[in-house]
Design a protein around this ligand. Structure first.
Ligand code: ZN
Ligand code: ZN
Length: 191
């Protein structure tokens, strides 16, 4: 496992989870939703970590011996409906994405005036729903072994080889995932 790989599971908000950290036998990374860990790296990744991680592992219980199922291949991402013209930027609210507006005063109406807000591009601000990528999950949640997970989180884990989960259908219980080189915890969600 490389630090760069773990970095994909860190936050970037200037908090304690911005870097992976090593504690005992493991190096961890977490974005508050997923915890990924691998056997302690030689290099210190520099993070301080959070004490509450112990509680997460206590809640999850020991890593199961049995009950593992393969995580199926994820369906491809689809264009974001909120920004499909803008590729990661929302549709301009001023011109509805057309790039032009109609102006009128007492005497006349002017069609096809270039929209000031977007300089005629039709694009608005950074698109939050797709995080500016222009693409979103085809379904927000995915079912594996009778348990539902946020699709985007499962997709994040699919960078790992031989990804499996031991499904436990209990809302507050993190589910164990395992893969070549480490394991992870992720909370289930509602369907
Ligand atoms: Zn506009
Ligand atoms: Zn979008």
């Amino acid at each position: 496992m490389y630090i760069d790989t773990l970095m994909q599971f860190c936050t970037d908000n200037g908090g304690t989870l911005d870097l992976p950290w090593t504690a005992g036998e493991w190096t961890y990374a977490s974005n508050r939703f997923i915890v990924v860990r691998c056997p302690a790296l030689d290099e210190d990744p520099g993070g301080r970590g959070v004490a509450s991680i112990d509680r997460v592992y206590r809640t999850a219980g020991p890593k199961p011996e049995t009950g593992w199922v393969d995580v199926p291949e994820m369906r491809g991402l689809v264009p974001c409906p909120m920004c499909s013209i803008g590729g990661g930027r929302s549709v301009c609210h001023e011109c509805d994405g057309t790039g032009s507006v109609t102006l009128s005063n007492k005497y006349s109406t002017y069609d096809d005036i270039t929209c000031d807000s977007c300089d005629g591009s039709g694009c608005g601000d950074f698109c939050e729903p797709c995080n500016g990528t222009g693409r979103v999950e085809p379904e927000p949640v995915v079912e594996i072994g009778g348990v539902w997970f946020i699709a985007g989180f499962v997709r994040q884990l699919t960078i790992f080889k031989n990804l499996q989960v031991a499904p436990v259908n209990c809302p507050d219980q993190p589910n164990w995932f395992r893969f070549d080189g480490g394991d992870a915890l992720l909370l289930p969600t509602r369907s």
